[in-house]
Design a protein around this ligand. Structure first.
Ligand code: NAD
Length: 288
């Protein structure tokens, strides 16, 4: 199946990512028809009204029986139950893919439902998003000039991989390939740890007696740093529960370094502070 031959693309989970993907595929003509399903009827109805999908399906079996490419865009913890529910309608010529933030857990979900990783499943993760959620926030340009990581396994069918890669490229994304384990380690460091720190910082300050006063005077730096603490709690709970080992590894390293900074402040050790800040500034300037 070539990219232009996608007849019916189905999106399960019409939130920020699923809605943005459906909208981008429709606007760019990457599939003849785009249908969707969301367990919240209101979201599905809104997606149809907004023109994000051509139609919504009444249930997962109907959706799967009509589609040739199925994108799972639900929270990581919902992937296994969704696959289980649509399993009676799944065929070996379906192409299944997903957008979940933790690839090891998605692989486990597929294996738990099918007994092994199906050849027609291509796991993926767009490195694009925002703290917003829901179809209302759908943006067809969300993936443009952003990376999408695909994590094919030895069993993955090369034609299925080609179709999924072509879809992402068609949406303007740069497609990269890496192993499941490497993906989960890299994302633990670049995304999962920063989100955890932002959630924790805002929660600590919100619990302070004078929190109104603190937030009133919060300026640009605080806003930039904590924007991601407005992200969806369910999605992020699933990320930490399912990428536990990789997150704990980088969290332990961060915890140790933070303790060094705390000690340096307590001891009036300006040299240590200057050393850390100078190295961090050079590293930050280097990657921008
Ligand atoms: P979202 O909350 O905006 O949308 C998720 C949608 O899935 C909701 O509309 C919800 O009703 C629906 N849903 C939940 N369980 C369902 C089920 N069992 N059956 C059908 N629909 C169900 O969340 P999102 O930000 O679009 O995240 C979706 C996926 O994308 C997650 O796996 C997340 O890890 C991944 N992701 C998110 C971002 C981001 O920045 N938000 C970035 C990349 C990847």
């Amino acid at each position: 199946m070539l990219q232009s031959q996608v007849k019916c693309l189905a999106v399960v989970g019409l939130g920020l990512i699923g809605g943005s993907l459906a909208k981008a595929v429709k606007e760019r003509g990457l599939a003849e028809k785009v249908i969707g399903y969301d367990r919240r009827d209101t979201e599905a109805a809104l997606a149809v009204r907004m023109g994000v999908v051509d139609e919504s399906a009444p249930d997962l079996v109907t959706l799967a029986s009509r589609a040739d490419v199925i994108v799972l865009a639900v929270p990581v913890g919902a992937v296994a139950p969704v696959l289980e529910e649509m399993k009676p309608a799944l065929r070996s010529d379906h192409i299944l893919t997903d957008v979940g933030s933790v690839k090891g857990e998605i692989e486990k979900a597929f294996v738990s439902v099918f007994g092994e990783m199906p050849a027609n499943a291509v796991l993926g993760h767009p490195i694009a998003g925002s703290e917003k959620s829901g179809v209302q926030a759908a943006n067809s340009a969300l993936f443009e000039n952003h990376k999408t990581i695909l994590t094919p396994l030895p069993v993955t069918d090369s034609q299925a991989l080609g179709v999924v890669a072509a879809l992402w490229r068609g949406m303007g994304a740069e497609v990269l390939f890496m192993s499941v384990a490497h993906h989960d380690e890299v994302l633990a460091a670049t995304s999962h740890l920063p989100h955890l720190i932002a959630f924790s910082l805002v929660d600590t300050l919100a619990g302070a007696d004078d929190n109104k006063e603190i937030f009133r005077y919060a300026a640009g730096g605080f806003r930039d740093f904590t924007r991601i603490a407005a992200s969806d709690p369910v999605m992020w709970r699933d990320v930490y529960l399912t990428n536990r080992d990789a997150v704990l590894k980088v969290l332990n390293a961060f915890d140790a370094d933070l303790k060094k900074l705390r000690n340096a402040i307590a001891d009036g050790d300006g040299q240590t502070l200057l050393g850390v800040f100078t190295r961090a500034r050079a590293a930050r300037e280097h990657f921008t």
